[in-house]
Ligand binder design. Sequence first.
Ligand code: 3SL
Length: 241
Amino acid sequence: MKIFIYHTPEETPTENMPDCAIAVDVLRATTTMATALNAGAEAVQVFSDVQELMAVSEQWPADKRIRVGERGGKKVEGCDEGNSPLNFTSEVVKDKRLFMTTTNGTRCLQRIQNAKVVLAAALVNRRSVVEYLKTNKPETIWILGSGWEGSYSLEDTVCAGAIAHTLITETNSLPDETVGNDEVFGAVSLYLQWEQKLYELLNYASHGKRLQRLECYEDLKYCSQTDTLDILPMQKEPGVL
Ligand code: 3SL
């Protein structure tokens, strides 16, 4: 296995897709996807564009769909829900499809939709992702941070580091065998420094501060938890997990 970490979708190569590509958006898109699927959602279908989301979801039975839209941290007008993972309880999502667009996370998934296997990861489901990788041993693994509009996100890097560190240590691998780029060393070091204080780190992150300004304090707490959900969001067809 060779692990490569890319901090943003923009930095990620567009060719030679890996055996397994993993999108990370700890705050909050991939945390929300994991939460909704764990609560029994039928699927999550991602869009970069609100108009397209509205048109495609219109073809779906109204009682079986939830339109999820976020821009700048706020709910998009006309959607049923914004991007707070706390709203996606089984009462809300059971057997329904989420039609979802967010500022960065859904775009990140679209960037890698042609990889052989596409997963969505967050801190909450780190263990499930690591177990999948340990069992299936994909030859090349890309872990992508969603970032914020093209720039680096601390919370995505620490999650990428958490996945890489756990995988490397639990497979007794040597760095020369597993580390594909320098970003892996940086992300693992970040994780090792903050692993006991992830909530604090998320509050220092620039998007954490943006969510504080929007009074999403409980979301920050929820998203900073590690290994709380036993769920592996995996793409079934391009753009649908
Ligand atoms: O950028 C995204 O995809 C979102 O996760 C951002 S927010 O946390 O919903 O503001």
